[in-house]
Design a protein around this ligand. Structure first.
Ligand code: PLP
Length: 410
């Protein structure tokens, strides 16, 4: 077979690492063309919540393909998008009254940033600075990169990125510095503060307490700075609750959701906003409309999958499953020796392998990947940080195999 023309994301093709061909997946297992069964211990980049090919989501997709594939969404609508929006406004905090569709976590962030700037512009106030948290990750489009941490990921594109105000991460014992920095920055009247609630994902699975999230939200409210919660990774039960914000009793002005929105089956995202943000764009003046779209906005098949996801949340004991998985994860983390920085939030565990340097390009990274690959476990360390974020249906046996692979990794 000739070399594949495919160019993979976040992959250095020059290293010649094997790229397995996956033929089918079920629950927490991926099956490859060469007959291997691989345990998906990272929910295929944090998207798969209930498990691969959940029958209700697959059935909803199949049924929708017989009715309506795709239509323009500017000025037109369809039942799956309407049902989903109503379902989301019913399940999410009541203050989030409006649902704007897009296609990925990154675009949900772009939309959030544009909504924030549109809000201030349409109200006639000059506010465009965005505040961000150190070590954040919000996606790979230009705006999302701009509000994320600068580093090897984006140094080549730095000239395209806009300037932001960065608040230090609230590391244990240094929380006051974060709150003080946020308060000082808020006095300068920025447009918005964007944050990953409770845990920073790609930045290294860095956890901070709920009361700090609550304090940060209160500071933003005090200074009239829009609070954007990027729950692209944390929502849909990953941190133990439907939204991470719930644990801090925080309601954002703007909420970004994607990944588990369709149970992880097909791409879809929403940015939810409060009434004042919608109202700032509501006018008989066409120049004040929200100027954002993409061709596949609110694709009916993706919306049908997300409606099925909401039904699963309504009909099945999802939160109980999550609580059980959290306990099962904790027990295995407790038993693990030889690693540092052990931490867990909800269904996510993380730890550092104490070998060599840290950082995304830590030399240990490719060796760990190879070790896990050889044991048919899909784990993708962030440098020397190993994390486990499985679908909620993972069996005890598979979870044991994942931790066995970690325990023998160094
Ligand atoms: N925001 C957060 C917090 C994320 O973790 C991610 C992806 O991992 C994104 C945004 C970007 O999402 P996507 O990869 O779907 O564009």
């Amino acid at each position: 077979m000739s070399a594949s023309p495919v160019w993979h994301p976040f992959t250095q093709h020059g290293l010649g690492e094997p790229i397995p061909l996956v033929t089918h997946a079920q629950g927490a297992a991926l099956h490859t063309a060469d007959g291997r069964r691989v345990i998906d211990a990272i929910s295929s980049w944090w998207v798969t919540t209930h498990g691969h090919c959940h029958p209700r989501i697959m059935a909803a997709i199949a049924a929708q393909t017989q009715k309506l594939d795709q239509i323009i969404y500017a000025g037109w609508t369809h039942e799956p998008a309407e049902t989903l929006a109503r379902g989301l406004t019913a399940i999410m905090p009541p203050a989030l009254t409006h649902v704007f569709y897009s296609d990925s976590g990154s675009t949900s962030v772009e939309v959030a940033l544009k909504m924030a700037l549109g809000f201030w512009t349409n109200r006639g106030e000059v506010r465009h600075r965005i505040l961000v948290m150190e070590h954040s990750y919000h996606g790979d489009t230009i705006g999302a990169m701009s509000v994320g941490a600068r580093g090897v990921f984006n140094q080549a594109y730095a000239p395209l990125l806009f300037d932001v105000g960065t608040i230090p991460f609230p590391a244990e014992g240094h929380e006051r510095a974060t709150l003080d920095a946020l308060e000082a920055a808020c006095r300068e009247q920025p447009a918005a503060f964007i944050v990953e609630p409770l845990i920073l994902g790609a930045g290294g699975m860095l956890v901070y307490p709920a009361h700090i999230l609550a304090d940060m939200r209160a500071i933003c409210a005090r200074y009239d700075v829009l609070f954007i919660a990027d729950e692209v990774m944390t929502a849909w039960g990953r941190t133990g609750t439907l939204l991470a914000c719930e644990q801090a009793d925080v309601v954002p002005d703007i909420l970004c959701l994607s990944k588990g929105l369709t149970g992880g089956a097909v791409p879809l995202a929403v940015t939810m906003a409060t009434q004042p943000i919608f109202d700032a764009h509501l006018s008989d003046d066409r120049s004040k409309m929200f100027f954002h779209s993409s061709s596949y906005t609110a694709n009916p098949i993706a919306c049908a999958a997300a409606v099925a996801n909401l039904e699963i949340w309504r009909d099945e004991p999802v939160l109980e499953r999550i609580a059980e998985l959290a306990e099962r994860q904790q027990a295995r983390l407790d038993a693990l020796t030889g690693v540092t920085g052990k931490r867990r939030i909800g269904t996510i565990t993380a730890m550092e392998v104490p070998v060599g340097d840290g950082g995304y390009l830590a030399a240990i990274g490719p060796r760990l990947l190879k070790h896990f690959r050889e044991r048919d476990v899909l784990l993708r360390p962030l440098g020397n940080t190993v994390y486990v974020m499985p679908p909620y249906c993972i069996s005890d046996e598979d979870l044991d195999a994942v931790y066995e692979a970690i325990a023998t990794a160094f």
